[in-house]
Write a protein that binds this ligand. Sequence first.
Ligand code: ADP
Ligand code: ADP
Length: 261
Amino acid sequence: ALVGGLGAGALGGYFFGKKQGESAAEKYEKYWPRKIMMLFGAPGAGKGTQGPKIVDTLDIPQLSTGDMLREAVAAKTEVGKKAQAVMASGGLVSDEIVIGIIADRIKQPDCQSGFILDGFPRTLAQAQALDAMLAKNGEAVSLIVEFSVDPAVLEERICGRWMHKASGRSYHVKFTPPKSMKVGADGKVVPESMKDDLTGEALYQRSDDTAEALKTRLDAYKNQTLPILEHYKDKGIVKKVDGGKDIKDVWTEVQAKLVSK
Ligand code: ADP
Ligand code: ADP
């Protein structure tokens, strides 16, 4: 019995040693709930600008359904073909399509410690589908950061936005111009001069970043997306930040909301 006891002890020690070798992600998955965050706000509110800073801080990925859909359109997949026209006009892609995209994406290994939803859910039906998906594992959304911005500033932000396709980095002709930006004699930016600061690759403007499509997008936001906040309000997880401040001041506010206690 003595020998057996020693054996068990040694074995226990061995396994204990193994456990200490678990990566932070493995421990996170095992012992803590995943951080499931949502960035909430109108087009131009600053979700795409602040998201990457949260990614750097928490080491969890940002999942933008807008980026995924744009990739599908560029790659001319079945989903892309279905989504293209409605996206160009500023309308919403069907719930069925985006719910399917997100359901697949959050099963990927890089989501095991958590993830940041950007641009999803956009309708109450999407929010309910998300809740149901998470509930299967006893999980729920843990934090919603709401970017509150005066609608009057959104048009200037959207119409001055330039994007880097590969990284999703966004610039602005007035607020965050790329280092390469040149202005012509007519006072307008020279499109060919718009290059990504890090890679030097060309920037582009989204085809739906026009004043006209923005009107449709803002209507969809007000009528279909805002009710989602009501849905989550009682759970005490919605935290509002003033998205109208300078980018760095908005970040200071966002950082404070990431701390759980
Ligand atoms: P969203 O992802 O919510 O649609 P973005 O983060 O892409 O919005 O921001 C829209 C545009 O406004 C971008 O060109 C971005 O550089 C700029 N922008 C973002 N946050 C601010 C801010 N706090 N002040 C000024 N401009 C901003
Ligand atoms: P923004 O960053 O300006 O808020 P997105 O990049 O999130 O815009 O989305 C661009 C377009 O992609 C939307 O106008 C819509 O057509 C489509 N889209 C993105 N996410 C969703 C979603 N969750 N449900 C329906 N349509 C979506």
